[in-house]
Design a protein. Structure first.
Length: 155
């Protein structure tokens, strides 16, 4: 489910970036109109200026960094396999022998329970990452692919 949400977010950020880059970064034509526009329209104009293309591009950069940082977070490794998250891999900093031992334990778990283990509660990496992705996706709630990306892979 996370992979679908990651792809959804990367696509929306790419779209936002394309639209922002195609526009005048500072919306110069709008800015010159603010001073002379009627007061009731000024709020709309101020809103547009607040979300001008230059800012939209910074927001795309910031959201990509937040996404990358969330995805780079690691599962809990303590050195005690009773405490380590069962989803630990070499990417979390353990050596291959340790990762192989964890994979073997996970295979045993799958045989016994018919499904793989989940990120341990004391670790919480996967739920934290998923929550971050959900929050980053929230502004795109009206996109036709939003619900599919949010719920893909759920039982
Ligand atoms: Zn974990």
């Amino acid at each position: 489910m996370t992979a679908d949400l990651v792809q959804f977010l990367r696509s929306r950020l790419a779209e936002d970036e394309v639209v922002a880059r195609a526009a005048d970064p500072e919306l110069s034509h709008v800015f010159t109109r603010i001073e002379t526009f009627d007061p009731e329209m000024a709020a709309d104009e101020r809103h547009i200026m607040r979300h001008r293309p230059a800012r939209a591009q910074y927001e795309v950069v910031a959201k990509r960094l937040m996404l990358d940082e969330a995805l780079a977070s690691r599962h809990l490794v303590t050195g005690d396999h009773y405490m380590d998250c069962p989803l630990v891999t070499e990417a979390d900093g353990v050596d291959t022998a340790t990762a192989d031992r964890i994979r073997a334990l996970n295979d045993d778990y799958r045989k016994e329970f018919g499904r793989g283990p989940e990120c341990a509660e004391r670790c919480g990496r996967d739920p934290r990452v998923h929550r971050t992705l959900e929050l980053l996706a929230l502004p795109h709630v009206d996109h036709p692919d939003y619900m599919q990306a949010l719920t893909a892979g759920r039982a």
